[in-house]
Design a protein around this ligand. Structure first.
Ligand code: ITT
Length: 199
């Protein structure tokens, strides 16, 4: 059976690993860094704009079917911040730790700790673009918990769970995360697509 080959338009190895763990065997993934060391531009004001910009860049420069994931953490008490600016919340070149520290400072003494992760995926396949979205609700912890995952995982506890994302294995996070939900929506689409092209 023919395979769908997709470049994943990301520089983020954690993200690639999470996505790869969910992919069925009919889809072959190649990380962007195997193609190029050039930075993929990401200058939009929304997750959708950024996801579209990243996938369009890889499609244009490498003529490859591909997809990009753009993700943000939206905190209720901070009016949706850091949101689309999650990567540089503590300033340009901020580390994950800097961003977490800034978030915990901003949330000091705040009672309402509700937050959500949102992922938008832009997929280019055979000359057409498709968008998928996934989110997960949760709360911001008072201090970092756990060593796994990346980004804001140590301070995000998904609803209905007693642990942070950073206290979960890749598989556990992959059953409930924003990224898993968006990726599963894309996988459902790709499975249908594969079925239809083999009719
Ligand atoms: P690419 O754009 O190269 O894919 P990135 O790390 O810049 O990688 P995003 O712009 O999508 O990815 O994500 C912005 C930030 O949001 C990221 O730097 C992390 O701090 C955070 N983030 C994204 N996904 C996350 C996740 O699953 N868990 C915790 N934090 C996450």
């Amino acid at each position: 059976m023919e395979k769908i080959k997709l470049v994943v338009a990301t520089h983020n190895r954690h993200k690639f690993e999470e996505i790869a763990a969910l992919m069925p065997s009919g889809v072959e993934l190649q990380p962007y860094w195997e193609l190029s060391g050039e930075e993929i531009p990401e200058t939009g004001d929304t997750l959708t704009e950024n996801a579209r910009q990243k996938s369009a860049y890889v499609r244009q420069h490498f003529s490859a079917d591909c997809f990009a994931d753009d993700t943000g953490l939206e905190v209720e008490a901070l009016d949706g911040a850091p949101g689309v600016y999650s990567a540089r919340y503590a300033g340009p070149g901020a580390t994950y730790r800097d961003n977490v520290d800034k978030l915990l400072q901003a949330m000091a003494g705040v009672q309402d700790r509700r937050a959500r992760f949102v992922t938008v995926i832009s997929l280019w396949l055979h000359g057409r673009e498709y968008l998928f979205e996934g989110s997960v609700e949760g709360t911001i912890l008072e201090s970092p918990q756990g060593e796994d995952g990346f980004g804001y995982d140590p301070v995000f506890r998904p609803q209905g769970c007693d642990r942070s994302f950073a206290q979960m294995t890749l598989e556990e996070k992959g059953r409930i995360s924003h990224r898993a939900r968006a990726t599963e929506a894309m996988i459902a689409f790709l499975s249908e697509y594969l079925k239809n092209t083999h009719r």
